[in-house]
Ligand binder design. Sequence first.
Ligand code: ZN
Length: 227
Amino acid sequence: MSPLTPEIKFSNRRRTIGLTVERDRQLVVYAPTGTSDDTIQAILHQKRHWIQEKLAHPQKYPAASPAQRLLPGSSIYFLGRTHLLLSDSEPTAPLHFDGHTFTLGAALLPKASALVQIWLRQQAQAVITPRVERFARSLGVTYQRIQLLDLKYRWGSCTANAALLFNWRLIQAPSTVINYIIVHELAHLLVPDHSTTFWNVVAVQLPLYEHAKKWLRDYGAILEELD
Ligand SMILES: [Zn+2]
């Protein structure tokens, strides 16, 4: 294991030591004021496997590239494909998608990013919710609720009280990647860690899940461009 240079934050309201790994993979230690360095080092040693696992988590993705401003001729990612954005001075609808191309009313071009984002969020709701229900049935798990959010640096997350949070930008990824994130979070309702048992549960649902993991590693960052 490479040497760790954690950021240490002391607080006199804390009674125990807590660890988090931030999206940029910075390890942060929260400790009660006055905790000795030896104690912190001992915790870091004790938790080294957990830390390694967190650092390798498939759903952490690289920091976003600068936001892309949408113009006629820009590409929009939807379900893993790129689609051209065109403008029309006499549009039939503010934003229209014919399955290949997006057409936006020319007068609305300054609002292109916002309109495309609203459209993608609606699609995310329509696609992700029924799939979560289907995979939950298949896994035999129950969850509290599904929420689509602007999760800045995660694709999905499963809270301690079984609420499933998904990044709406997931709708820009291929269908198989969406399924993988859904199954990954639902599988955490059965197995909280990333042990072999966990990956076996995922593999039963999605035998080819490794392809989705690789896709996220290779292309995950591009989904952040739309802002
Ligand atoms: Zn996980």
